[in-house]
Write a protein that binds this ligand. Structure first.
Ligand SMILES: Nc1ncnc2c1ncn2[C@@H]1O[C@H](COP(=O)(O)OP(=O)(O)OP(=O)(O)O)[C@@H](O)[C@H]1O
Length: 432
């Protein structure tokens, strides 16, 4: 049984930095909050999920699976770097701890679910908290070696560039293989991709499992600073500690699962996927086998979209409020208006991705009118949302009470909040 207690993770002969380098300020904050700083050298799955919760609405199962998988992955990376007999920079390594026969195998991840459900957001949020480099590689642009296009190893060069040519940091990074479903063998996926997709899957096998990749790139800042001059250098990157996350919408996978289960109606179908379903979809078994951890994301419902607009730390509404505040304008949405925006986005069928588009339309007139106009308050309420050509309600600085009154007609809580913001504790008492 593994214990994850601190084991004195000093740097080893290979020069692999301790996993402690992964302790970002955000991680330290999480650990201090949870009072577990002394026990773990990096966040527990629970702490990782707590961090994802701040940014990603819903998708609980996926957040748990991802947190556990990432935790285990970095335990493995740590184990490798803690083993003086192994090197992360050399040829493929069997990462055995010197004091035990237990070998932690690499567990890459496969996430599938509808467009705009938060797959990429989950991976990038995770990378941010761990402070590791991340690359989102669009699989549709990859080709087999010898064909025109990017070959699969190009994602390693991108990751190395993200890591500012620090090979050790690159080796702890994350590569997202986006649109992996588009590489499916053509019998099921009837898209634009031809037989080449299967060839790319074959080419990905070694990379995903762990191999030594040589890349030519510009010399690192460090090399230049130490007087080794400019130009290019050859870097050797071992991909065995890089975490690969395959992603895709896998449109049509639900039908395969339903057929296997012999059910026409089934809720949350994708969560019942088995490796055999992915193989039938057109992924080669060897690739499915190398991504043993998988989780599905759900189609976001209107309630989720409403929460996404308002709740995350950098929610879309907060982002727009912030950009209007830069021009001295207070932008406000009533609760009903937010609901209407979520409903409109849902109709687009692009998940949370549709929210920004709807908001851009709603705010086009305000974005055009406000700068340099003397407008101080912009209100989007239900009435505004029902206009054919949306024009928010504008108020000048001297019209603050009229603005608050309008807000209060639909959203008492928002009026209270805005009154407090402007130091107007009791609107009625001032008006009387
Ligand atoms: N569950 C969620 N919680 C909060 N925001 C979300 C969520 N899902 C999506 N978003 C928002 O929608 C945008 C698009 O999401 P994301 O790129 O993660 O979708 P995706 O599932 O990777 O879609 P695709 O398959 O089209 O690449 C994100 O930038 C984010 O703002």
């Amino acid at each position: 049984m593994w214990t994850y207690a601190r084991r004195g993770y000093s740097n080893v002969a290979s020069g692999v930095a301790s996993i402690n380098a992964l302790k970002s300020p955000a991680i330290r904050e999480l650990q201090q909050l949870a009072g577990t700083d002394s026990q773990y050298s990096f966040p527990t799955p629970r702490q990782l999920k707590a961090h994802l919760d701040k940014y990603i609405i819903g998708q609980d199962h996926c957040k748990k699976v991802l947190s556990v998988a990432v935790f285990n992955h970095y335990i493995r990376v740590q184990d490798a770097s803690n083993d003086s007999s192994s090197t992360l920079l050399g040829a493929p390594v069997l990462h055995k701890k010197s004091d035990t026969s237990v070998e932690l195998e690499k567990s890459n991840i496969l996430l599938f679910g509808p467009t705009g459900s938060g797959k990429t957001l989950a991976a990038t949020t995770m990378a941010r908290v761990l402070q590791v480099p991340i690359v989102i590689q669009d699989c549709t642009s990859l080709t087999q070696a010898g064909y025109v296009g990017e070959d699969v190893e190009s994602c390693i060069l991108k990751l190395l560039t993200k890591a500012d040519f620090d090979v050790n940091l690159c080796q702890r990074g994350i590569v997202v293989l986006d649109e992996l479903d588009k590489l499916a063998k053509p019998q099921v996926y009837a898209g634009t991709k031809d037989i080449g997709g299967e060839g790319v899957q074959q080419a990905l096998l070694k990379l995903v499992e762990g191999t030594s990749v040589s890349v030519h790139a510009k010399k690192s800042n460090h090399m230049e600073n130490t007087g080794l001059g400019g130009g290019t250098a050859e870097y050797t990157v071992d991909t065995s500690t890089i975490l690969f996350i395959g992603m895709g919408a896998f449109t049509g996978l639900d039908k395969i699962i339903k057929k296997r289960l012999g059910r026409k109606k089934l809720s949350d179908v994708l969560s019942k996927a088995q490796p055999s379903d992915l193989e039938q979809y057109g992924l080669i078994p060897e690739l499915v086998g190398r991504m043993p951890v998988f989780s599905s994301l759900k189609q976001l419902e209107v309630d989720d979209l409403e929460r996404i607009l308002m709740e995350p730390q950098n929610s879309i509404v907060r982002q727009y409020e912030y950009s209007f505040a830069k021009s001295g304008v207070r932008l406000a949405f009533t609760r009903t208006a937010v609901r209407k925006i979520a409903e409109k986005a849902l109709k687009n069928g692009t998940g949370a991705r549709g929210l920004r588009g709807v908001l851009e339309k709603v705010l086009l007139a305000a974005n055009y009118e406000c700068p340099g106009s003397g407008i101080s308050f912009v209100l989007v309420d239900e009435e505004v949302m029902e206009m054919d050509e949306i024009t928010p309600k504008y108020f000048a600085r001297g019209e603050i009470f009229r603005f608050l009154e309008q807000v209060g007609k639909e959203d008492e809580q928002l009026r209270g909040m805005l009154s407090h913001e402007y130091g107007i504790p009791k609107l009625e008492s001032i008006k009387n």
